[in-house]
Design a protein around this ligand. Structure first.
Ligand code: DQA
Length: 146
């Protein structure tokens, strides 16, 4: 059974730390990668952490995870609200998926209330900041034990 988790981040998340800190906080994506790797390593899970601003790249990483990873943690950024292609790729991966958002998308503009990913995810975490990523990694350890 693979013990590798793929943690994927979509567009503009490379700007964390300086991007709208009132909404997304002051932590950088490198801080979040570190948090995921430390959380994973304490639970005997290897974390592969990636970010891209190119939708096709994200889809390629999802395809390559099939049969190789135990699950996917994904913050699809704005593609959450627009991309049927990412949803389809996640289904094709046949892996359990946890969707994470730093902000509480339901408290924000209406166009952020709909997610193409939630319907194919085992769980959704929104509004917990970077803690949502930590909880997602911990939940995978729990799922793998079951
Ligand atoms: C986000 C929420 C999205 O609506 C937004 O487009 C992002 C970040 C979040 O983490 O809160 O880029 O996914």
């Amino acid at each position: 059974m693979p013990r590798t988790l793929l943690v994927l981040n979509g567009p503009n998340l490379n700007m964390l730390g300086t991007r709208e800190p009132a909404t997304y906080g002051h932590e950088t994506l490198a801080d979040i990668a570190d948090l995921c790797r430390r959380t994973g390593s304490a639970l005997d899970l290897e974390v592969e952490f990636q970010q891209t601003n190119h939708e096709g790249q994200l889809i390629d990483w999802i395809h390559q995870s099939r049969g190789r990873c135990a699950g996917i943690v994904i913050n699809p950024g704005a593609w959450t609200h627009t991309s049927v292609a990412i949803r389809d790729a996640l289904v094709a991966s046949e892996l359990p998926v946890i969707e994470v958002h730093l902000s509480n998308v339901h408290k924000r503009e209406e166009f952020r209330h709909h997610s193409y990913v939630s319907g194919v995810a085992v769980a959704v975490l929104a509004g917990f900041g970077s803690n949502g990523y930590r909880m997602a990694v911990e939940h995978f350890a729990h799922l793998l034990k079951a």
